[in-house]
Design a protein around this ligand. Structure first.
Ligand code: HEC
Ligand code: HEC
Ligand code: HEC
Ligand code: HEC
Ligand code: HEC
Ligand code: HEC
Length: 204
């Protein structure tokens, strides 16, 4: 047999095997003990249609995320400045979001923080330009290390240590109440363990 023929032969054999498998499964299903569905099972089957719909960026987010929706109207929370901004304008990390929602229903445990998805600064840039942000916090001195080096929270130097590690969500809580300044300090000290920004002062 030539290579191509051999491949075809293997395919045919696989197909035959599959047919046999399906046959066995069908028999098994047929002889499995049949129990009448409970009232609960019936109810969930009836309601099931709505839940089994695939999640997408066009889904009705509020159906499940009632806490985040409430925060959009609570003036104590940063989200309230964004009542006119759709959820997916900020939550635009589609592939991570898709994974997070795989198999989830309105009865699943709702998240308290972001686990998989990222908030990309480009989602904010249309309204908050880097220049404006930098200017707005030019006088903020909350990020000052032991040596007196002050860093503007919106002008953290770009370097290999910071890449992908410091973003808007590192410091800003949108749907809950949190102290931005404390969150900012905590973020920096998670790596700058001696309250000195220049690692090289002590390490090679
Ligand atoms: C059917 C209910 C349901 C709908 C509809 C739904 N979500 Fe979720 N969402 C969940 C559940 C449950 C989780 C928690 C997943 C987990 O624990 O990993 C979640 C997780 C998330 C997260 C956290 C992702 C992460 O980084 O871990 C975000 C953000 C989110 N949803 C936003 C949205 C947005 C935006 C929409 C509308 C486009 C939406 N959700 C629609 C149930 C839903
Ligand atoms: C469609 C425009 C728009 C987008 C997109 C947007 N914002 Fe805003 N944001 C505003 C407006 C308007 C205000 C209120 C005026 C101001 O402080 O600039 C605001 C205010 C804020 C504030 C100050 C809240 C306070 O309590 O003082 C923060 C923090 C903020 N936005 C963060 C973000 C982040 C982070 C993103 C991206 C994930 C984002 N915004 C995306 C329009 C937007
Ligand atoms: C390292 C922490 C940190 C990061 C990262 C950060 N911020 Fe801030 N942001 C702050 C601090 C601190 C303030 C000052 C607020 C205060 O002191 O109450 C602030 C203030 C703001 C304000 C209000 C500005 C004003 O007009 O007073 C907006 C809007 C804002 N941030 C948006 C953003 C956006 C969008 C991003 C991502 C591109 C971002 N921030 C990233 C710490 C941070
Ligand atoms: C202005 C940008 C913005 C908008 C609009 C926005 N979010 Fe968020 N969301 C964030 C940021 C930033 C975080 C991470 C910080 C935090 O925990 O608040 C977050 C976190 C979350 C989380 C993780 C759990 C949590 O509370 O931290 C969920 C779920 C979520 N958002 C869903 C939604 C839904 C649903 C909507 C629409 C009703 C929405 N978001 C609108 C920026 C936004
Ligand atoms: C994920 C770890 C991590 C976090 C979080 C982090 N840093 Fe860094 N930082 C580093 C590393 C690693 C270096 C050294 C990188 C290098 O030399 O290339 C560094 C270097 C610096 C430098 C040195 C000078 C420069 O020009 O590069 C400053 C200033 C600095 N960080 C400030 C901050 C501030 C402010 C924060 C909080 C908003 C912060 N860093 C958060 C890891 C981190
Ligand atoms: C002021 C001096 C100082 C600065 C600045 C400093 N370190 Fe350190 N680092 C130390 C000392 C002392 C130790 C050893 C014991 C300890 O953890 O207290 C250490 C330990 C470490 C360790 C653990 C090493 C091990 O073998 O367990 C790592 C990793 C580290 N530093 C990384 C960094 C990084 C990354 C930076 C910059 C973001 C940095 N350090 C800035 C003084 C410093």
């Amino acid at each position: 047999m030539g290579l191509i023929e051999r491949k075809q032969f293997r395919k045919m054999r696989l197909a035959a095997l599959c047919v046999a498998c399906v046959g066995v499964l069908a028999v098994c299903a047929a002889c499995a003990p049949q129990t009448a569905p409970s009232a609960e099972e019936k109810a969930s089957a009836d309601a099931g249609d709505a839940v089994s719909v695939e999640w997408s960026m066009e889904s009705d987010c509020v159906m499940c995320h009632t806490d985040q929706q409430a925060s959009m109207e609570n003036t104590a929370q940063a989200a309230s400045n964004h009542a006119a901004v759709t959820c997916v304008t900020c939550h635009n990390d589609e592939s991570a979001m898709e994974k997070s929602h795989d198999g989830k229903t309105a009865d699943s445990k709702m998240p308290k923080k972001l686990k998989r998805s990222k908030i990309d600064a480009t989602a904010c840039a249309s309204c908050h330009s880097a220049e404006d942000l930098k200017a707005a916090t030019a006088d903020v001195t909350v990020l000052t290390d032991q040596n007196g080096t002050t860093v503007n929270p919106h002008d953290v130097p770009a370097n290999s240590g910071h890449e992908g590690q410091v973003d808007c969500a590192s410091c800003h809580t949108m749907h809950g109440e949190a102290d931005v300044q404390a969150a900012a300090q905590e973020k920096c000290s998670s790596c700058h363990h001696k309250d000195v920004y220049e690692c090289g002062t002590c390490h090679e």
